[in-house]
Design a protein around this ligand. Structure first.
Ligand code: COA
Length: 313
């Protein structure tokens, strides 16, 4: 079969299980894992996010799902992954077909910058994405810390009255816009709440939001068992941002412990030098690393003075 026989369309709901298996098989095979189907453990990388902030595209040969990509819109910023092709079909141009449809989606969404996280050591990966205008920039380190007591001085979105939520989301939007103009996590935050994937940790000063962190916890989410995964976190740039960020991470620790997690995981781009330095100071160590590829070839949100975690996995 050739790529010419491949069509791309929105991933059908009935294909979610097949999509989960395909992603495990593709990544596990690429990484030469002894049991590819055990890749990602009990994390769910597809099923819980395919219809909220994200759109999933499937590549089909007839009725058979042979590849997929999950594309996410955070306001004016778009990113994608996991992208995977069934190993039987590698090298036949399926990923390029998926990427063409992905770029069309970014253009429809009118995003002003896009990104992805990939294997820094793989010329195939950087070559593939390079064809679509993405440049390898700084490394992103996926860091981990044992979940320890942390702070209790935080709130979470789920504890607020419905009437407060609109104002909180507006304030979160104002904070994320200091990270990158138009960056908007509102739908991601609502999705985590609606689908019970974890919670959004809020650092509050009376009714003012000083920082927020979108966290997944437990099996069947992007965190996996006994883990709290900080998918996004930010404090406003400016006065006392280092202290606020440190307090936000302490709050995530507190939230992780209260959720029964034993570890806290967060991906930090080295372009955000001060964020990285702070996580190191707090005792986070690197689990693995990859490269952030960005379009256009500009810092975007990955600037030294920004205190934020954005995990584009
Ligand atoms: C990475 C992956 C998605 C690629 O899928 P694929 O269908 O084999 O890729 P394609 O055949 O569409 O395209 C690969 C392109 O990369 C290029 N490429 C391959 N090796 C290369 C190299 N060493 N240097 C530069 N470019 C290279 C190919 O030339 C090809 O482009 P061309 O056809 O214009 O020449 C697939 O291997 C996969 O699922 N891997 C496991 C999961 C994974 O790694 N996902 C991506 C994580 S970000």
């Amino acid at each position: 079969m050739t790529a010419a026989e491949c069509t791309v369309r929105p991933l059908a709901a009935e294909d979610l299980d097949a999509a989960g298996r395909l992603v495990r098989l593709a990544f596990g095979t690429f990484l030469h894992l002894p049991d590819p189907m055990a890749t990602f453990g009990d994390r769910d990388m597809i099923g819980k996010r395919w219809s909220d902030t994200s759109k999933a595209l499937g590549a089909y040969m007839g009725q058979r799902l042979v590849g997929l990509n999950v594309i996410t819109k955070w306001g004016k910023f778009g990113w994608f992954g996991p992208l995977a092709v069934h190993p039987e079909f590698w090298g036949k141009g399926i990923a390029k077909i998926l990427m063409t449809s992905t770029m069309d989606m970014f253009s429809d969404w009118e995003t002003t910058a896009e990104g992805l996280f990939t294997f820094s050591e793989s010329p195939k990966h950087t070559g593939l994405y390079g064809k679509f205008g993405f440049y390898p920039r700084f490394l992103t380190l996926v860091m981990r810390h044992e979940a320890v007591a942390g702070s209790e001085g935080y709130s979470t979105l789920s504890k607020l009255e419905d009437s407060q939520q609109e104002d909180i989301l507006r304030q979160c939007r104002e904070i994320s816009a200091t990270v990158y103009p138009g960056l908007d996590l509102s739908q991601e935050i609502s999705s985590v709440e609606k689908r019970k994937l974890g919670d959004t940790v809020l650092l509050m000063d009376d009714s003012r939001v000083e920082g927020f962190a979108v966290c997944h916890t437990g099996a069947g989410t992007e965190a996996g068992s006994n883990n709290c995964y900080v998918k996004f976190a930010a404090v406003p740039s400016g006065d006392q941002s280092r202290e606020k960020f440190s307090n936000l991470i302490e709050a995530c620790m507190g939230f992780a412990v209260s959720s029964g997690a034993q570890t806290v995981e967060a991906g930090v781009n080295l372009g955000k030098t001060l964020t990285f330095e702070e996580l190191k100071r707090l005792g986070f160590t690197t689990l693995f690393q990859g490269v952030a590829m960005q379009r256009p070839n500009e810092p975007g949100s990955n600037r030294p003075e920004v205190f934020a975690i954005e995990d584009w996995r």
